[in-house]
Design a protein around this ligand. Structure first.
Ligand code: BGC
Length: 751
């Protein structure tokens, strides 16, 4: 860490009058939020210029530095002094009003230029009130619910002094071995884009200087989810076409929604690490997409350029990352250590450094931190884990649950039931309910399924037996579990993964239930009692035996603080499940990557022809397809109509269907629209999601659902990687999942 050179003001040759003018520019009396957007923006740029003109090189490099606090929210002992000297502009993990205000006070009252700190934190699916893991939230197929969860998370974060969340994670994941599939929206770029937008809007609102909003961060830029073999941090090799069509779109949606920051990733992409990749960081992000916020590195990813083998030492790593477009360095300190020397050696320009500082200050201004740097302890107490937030967590968790099987209407269970056996290692585990990124969430706030059942059924006898641990290799608890099942009218089996088995650095080579849980399920199922399997997990699991042999399955992910209540709501019919899978469930790990929007190949699978694209040991099809999920009622989707038989390449079309609740309960159906460009200059996927709507219908009710198809949805990247809509036939498919579809076609014609 270089020592600061604190230049006295007179060194800048400024008169007292001009100092006053500058200070007035930096700290105007009128709050910036009350002015028009354009005026506000140019005002911010003026204030940034005024500040930049006064900053020493050390202070500039200080703005590019982010350091970690303690896991419990306190800052580290060395940090106040760094802040006082202007050598540290941001922390992560420092949170709680007392902690943030204490450090902020030093920045704002004791540092020379009084530039406020920006406090970042991983608020991934809730701050203290924890919502379902992002994959689970996405299973709601309800952007309004997802936006609401992000908005509550933002309000709690800002109340706790946090300004900036490292979310949403918008990485597409086609490989369930990769543990971080839990943190994203699954395999589909369209669904991923809708959810990216919803989360950015929820976190930021229309003005993230508000005291209940935070600035969001689209991460991890980019293709981090394409890690070879599903092993976290591993190499990626992805064609530009696949980048543009699969991995980029959710990031672009985040930019279009106004996201303030990006995080560069850990992976190398086509040989160039993404934290030193000018193509992605500058050409695409700033050049093509006009993103004007800043990019933070991932945790020590600048220093890791050395291990990647593209930088010989710390100086080279700093040079490459900053020149490529990484503005803020998380945790490693190479910009600070080597910035001055790199500038002297002309390996960095003053302009590059200034531009990075400018981008960071811009977001600090937009957050309103210069005008309102502190958080309020009374507000913190009122907002965090408020009854309203907890109630929302229950509702949103219930919306994220997917009914995978329900033979002979085992579900919903009757509330009049006299006795219930609740079995399994996840039935009463508070810490697992809140998932792997818990924010400031606490296990003790979480409601387990056992607690949820007890409050749902105060009169019934709950026979609880753990059966085994999550990763058990012994069966000694099985007997008690079987006895509990025998003594009960119905059985609920809560099985799955522990929270730490997914998330960061939590890749698996098997997608089976860990330990001997499947043996437990078999033993209990053999009692013949009506059994419902409640899955809790951060990724698709290979559950063939369960899918075949147990009558009812609920996929509940890790549903958050209110998991147990939400699951009980669904089990006993207070909520009719309407979630759908945001990711394909394979039959075997060897099928991976298995995703619905694949290409046809020249030899599409044909069970009567050996020499077609399939396996000899396992069917090529998924166990449960993308978009799949049942309800306690039944729906019919009929009467598919297109507004025109042909449209010009720049034209639009409306697709309409009727959706009818033909069952006996009110419920939700997610109507899904897919298309296929049948013949094009490059091969196109067999289907691509282009629209969806979660529709609520009372029994017997019917509704017309319309989808717009416009050039943005009909186009693709041609052989020259230009985005085009080509003439020809487009197949339109609509249904309740990616497999059960009704079809029609239209033509795109030359103008
Ligand atoms: C993760 C990021 C996270 C960062 C800060 C990294 O290890 O990859 O997603 O935001 O840590 O906690």
């Amino acid at each position: 860490m270089p020592q600061p050179r604190l230049s006295p003001l007179s060194n800048f040759g400024l008169t007292i009058v001009s100092v006053i003018v500058l200070l007035a520019a930096i700290f105007p009396t009128q709050p910036i939020r009350t002015r028009g957007a354009a005026a506000q923006r140019s005002d911010i740029e003026r204030r940034i210029n005024a500040l930049l003109a006064r900053m020493t090189l050390a202070e500039k490099l200080g703005q590019l530095q982010q350091l970690d606090g303690h896991a419990d929210g306190r800052f580290k002992d060395e940090q106040p002094e760094l802040v006082r000297k202007g050598l540290l502009g941001s922390t992560l993990n420092v949170r709680g009003v007392k902690n943030t205000n204490d450090l902020q006070r030093i920045a704002v009252e004791q540092s020379r230029l009084k530039i406020p700190m920006i406090f970042g934190f991983d608020v991934i699916h809730g701050y203290r009130t924890v919502f379902p893991i992002p994959l689970g939230e996405t299973a709601s197929w309800d952007p309004a619910a997802v936006k609401r969860a992000a908005s509550i998370a933002a309000a709690e974060s800002r109340a706790a002094g946090v300004h900036w969340t490292f979310a949403p994670m918008v990485d597409i994941a086609r490989d369930a071995r990769w543990g971080r599939i839990a943190e994203g929206s699954g395999e589909d770029p369209y669904l991923g884009s809708v959810m990216a937008r919803a989360r950015v809007q929820g976190f930021q609102g229309t003005d993230y200087s508000a005291n209940d909003k935070v600035v969001a961060c689209a991460k991890h830029w980019v293709a981090y989810g394409a890690a070879e073999a599903g092993r976290d941090y591993n190499t990626t090799d992805v064609s530009e076409r696949t980048l543009r069509e699969v991995y980029f779109p959710p990031f672009k949606a985040a930019v279009d929604a106004g996201v303030g920051t990006f995080m560069s990733a850990f992976n190398s992409l086509n040989g160039v690490p993404t934290s030193a990749n000018p193509f992605t960081l500058t050409d695409i992000l700033r050049g093509e997409w006009k993103f004007d916020g800043f990019v933070v590195s991932d945790y020590t990813s600048v220093e890791e350029l050395i291990k990647h083998g593209v930088a010989a030492d710390g100086a080279e790593a700093a040079q490459e990352a900053l020149n490529a477009g990484v503005d803020m360095e998380m945790v490693s300190r190479l910009y600070n250590r080597h910035g001055a020397e790199l500038l002297k050696q002309r390996r960095l320009t003053q302009q590059t450094i200034d531009e990075a500082v400018r981008r960071i200050l811009r977001i600090k201004f937009r957050l309103g931190l210069f005008d309102k740097p502190y958080a309020d302890e009374a507000r913190e107490r009122a907002v965090i884990l408020s009854p309203a937030n907890v109630a929302a967590a229950r509702e949103i968790a219930a919306r994220s649950i997917v009914l995978l099987k329900n033979e002979k209407h085992v579900l919903p269970l009757a509330k009049s039931v006299k006795s219930v056996a609740l079995i399994g290692p996840l039935a009463d585990s508070q810490k697992d309910m809140i998932g792997s990124w818990t924010g400031d969430g606490r296990a003790e706030d979480a409601i387990t399924l056992l607690q949820g059942l007890k409050s749902k059924l105060p009169q019934a006898k709950i026979n609880y037996a753990k059966g085994c641990e999550i990763g058990c290799d012994r069966a000694e608890g099985f007997e008690e579990a079987v006895r509990a099942a025998r003594e009960s009218d119905v059985v609920i089996l809560a099985v799955g993964e522990s929270a730490e088995m997914s998330g960061e650095a939590a890749s698996r080579t098997s997608l089976d239930l860990p330990g001997r849980q499947l043996d437990l399920v078999r033993a209990v199922q053999a009692t013949g009692k009506p059994t419902t399997v409640v899955l809790m997990n951060g990724r698709p699991l290979t559950i063939n035996w369960i899918a075949e042999n147990t009558p009812a399955i609920l996929e509940t992910w890790f549903a958050g603080t209110q998991a147990g209540n939400a699951i009980a709501d669904v089990l006993f019919g207070d909520v009719n499940p309407g979630g759908k899978l945001p990711v394909t469930f394979p039959r075997a790990v060897g099928q991976i990557p298995l995703y619905y929007n694949h290409f046809n190949t020249g030899r599409p699978p044909d069970s009567n022809n050996k020499y077609t694209s399939k396996y000899t040991d396992v069917p090529w099809t998924p166990l449960f397809p993308f978009g799949y999920g049942l309800s306690y009622t039944q729906f019919k989707i009929t009467n598919l109509q297109l507004s025109a038989p042909r449209i010009p390449a720049n034209g639009k079309l409306t697709v309409s269907v009727d959706v009818e609740n033909v069952g006996k309960r009110a419920g939700d159906e997610v109507v899904q629209l897919y298309i296929r460009d049948v013949v094009a200059s490059v091969a196109r996927p067999v289907k691509e999601l282009k629209g969806f709507e979660r529709v609520r219908l009372e029994p017997g009710m019917k509704r017309r659902v319309d989808f717009a198809l416009n050039p943005e949805q009909l186009g693709f990247y041609n052989r020259k990687l230009r985005f085009v809509v080509e003439p020809g036939e487009i197949k339109v498919m609509v249904g309740p999942n990616s497999q059960d579809l009704i079809e029609s076609t239209f033509q795109v014609v030359e103008r």
